[in-house]
Design a protein around this ligand. Sequence first.
Ligand SMILES: [Zn+2]
Ligand SMILES: [Zn+2]
Length: 273
Amino acid sequence: MTEETAISPWRGPQEAVDLYRDLASWRRGLLGSAETVDPEELSLALARDDGSPLAARLDWKASQREQVRRLAGQAASITVAHRPPLAAAAEALRPWLEREEALEAAGHALRAEDARVEELARAASLHPALTAFAFEQAAAVLHTALAAEAGEALARRQPAAGSCPLCGRVSTLSRLEGKVGQRYLYCAHCDLAWRYARIACPYCGNEEPELLRELVSDDVPGVAALACDKCRRYTKRVDLRRVAPPEEWLVADVQTLYLDMLAAEEGFLPAHR
Ligand SMILES: [Zn+2]
Ligand SMILES: [Zn+2]
């Protein structure tokens, strides 16, 4: 049974939470209008499983790249509303979005090649982080729609290194669900969850219980950073048998930054791509 703890595990920092909340509701509102992948193309890509993320195996259409380029402008505007110092960077991005390179960037974002988007931004003297973030958020709209379609098929395969089978990004959060506490890893980019071994490090595969540690915050039961002494990385873990889920999973990562700090204090590294 789920019950509310005395202190909510879903906390600040407020500024970041507000930004991600706005982006999440913008993304959710767009889900119905996201251009979906052709079913035949999708089943071919699913069958062609070479271990790479599904998004990188798809042949994204011009109209989908077009949609991502348009949405990137909206994502930049939402971001700037919460981060006023980036206003000039967003202004510089706007005319560039009309150019051919922006369509190229959209194609990279759809294939989850964030570094390539940053390269294009640098070459055009744009703000690399803002540009990559805006395109990532825009592509996430289409990836989330795809997750709803292909999630079940993707969940059947055991992904390597704790990375999302759809976009390849490393999961930073896992949750325990149901009576037995089945573990799921979660990708906040695609809003996709997939089953994973209960006692194991998603990054190095370590299954030795004595090399896995739970770092907990004394006043918030039910959430922990599961740290691995073998690869020195950690993943955040939420036990839904003990805490109520967040209002919005897309915001859960920034709401649990106190767990990242806890892990950093103990000398553990965050997981990265
Ligand atoms: Zn993903
Ligand atoms: Zn490990």
